[in-house]
Structure formats: structure tokens, C-alpha cells
Design a protein. Structure first.
Length: 170
């Protein structure tokens, strides 16, 4: 990455299933950058980074730089690479980005901290999300609720979802 592309506070990184690029969320600037891995040298110099989504802090669905995030954090691609899910830490939401159009939509969460399941699912500082290899479910770490939320396929594909809370024994 060039000095002008410097990240302020990287919050998460996800590599596309085909390995061609990586997305890096910036917790501080509330933007997501794309690094074209084909042009990265082993020493890390001259990695081409471009803005993928986000116009800064706030909340707005939309394409590319029209969209706004509230501290995006962990991310996970669907197995086909067509969608990346983003845990929005300060926004208490899970967002989805269509990788072809860069359109950002809200999958779950109202913007306020909560602990609801089902179609009105809410989160309290979600910090990471990953999608299972078969694409049938996503797991979301729900920070202040001290839970991992298992979301069925509907969570990955549309706004209506079922969510089952999983308490992790220590």
C-alpha cells in the first residue's frame, strides 16, 4: 500500500475465495479498502489499494462510496465470493456487500444495541462474522452480549433470518 492509502485502525481482513484480492476494514475511518493481491510484492511494497466501500462514519445503505459504516470490523465471504458480510461494531449491525456491484445492504440489526433473535435480530457490538464453507450459515460474535450468534442461510441471503444464540462454555 502507498502512504496515501494508509490504514488508520485496521479492524478486519478477508481474502476472496479465489485469492485474487483482500478486503480490509478500517475501524477508524469506517471504510473498506480492497488490495489487489496480484500486484503485491513479497516485501509488501507496491500493493495496489483502492476504496471498496464506505464514505466515512455514519449509516447508509448504497453502492460503494455512497454507503456509510459505523466502525466496520470483521468480515467473511460467502463461498461463491458474491457477498461479503461485515460486522459493524459501533452500528450494532451485520451488513452485506455485493462484490460485483459493491452495493451495501443491512442484513440484521437496528443500529441500537440489543439482544433479539429471529427476524428482528439485534447485536451489541458485533466484532466478527464468518460464513460456513457450505454457505448455509454465518457466525457472528456478539461482543457485549458475550455470545456467538449462529444465523441460518437466510441471514446470508436476505434480511429475514433466524438466529440461535450459542453460549460458549469455558
Amino acid at each position: 500500500m502507498r502512504a496515501t492509502d494508509a490504514l488508520v485502525f485496521p479492524g478486519g481482513v478477508a481474502v476472496s475465495p479465489d485469492g485474487r484480492y483482500a478486503l480490509v476494514s478500517d475501524f477508524s475511518t469506517s471504510q473498506i479498502s480492497m488490495i489487489d493481491l496480484a500486484f503485491c510484492r513479497p516485501d509488501g511494497r507496491q500493493c495496489a489499494a483502492t476504496l471498496f466501500a464506505g464514505a466515512g462514519a455514519g449509516y447508509q445503505d448504497g453502492e460503494g462510496t455512497v454507503a456509510r459504516f459505523a466502525s466496520p470490523s470483521g468480515m467473511g465471504f460467502t463461498p461463491d465470493g458474491k457477498t461479503v458480510l461485515v460486522a459493524e461494531f459501533r452500528g450494532h449491525r451485520v451488513r452485506a456487500i455485493d462484490t460485483a456491484t459493491r452495493r451495501v445492504t443491512t442484513v440484521a440489526g437496528s443500529g441500537a444495541p440489543g439482544r433479539e433473535d429471529g427476524t428482528r435480530a439485534s447485536f451489541n457490538f458485533p466484532s466478527d462474522v464468518t460464513v460456513t464453507p457450505d454457505g448455509r450459515a454465518a457466525l457472528v460474535t456478539d461482543g457485549r452480549n458475550n455470545l456467538v450468534c449462529l444465523c441460518v442461510r437466510a441471514c446470508v441471503r436476505a434480511c429475514v433470518r433466524a438466529c440461535v444464540r450459542v453460549r460458549v462454555p469455558y
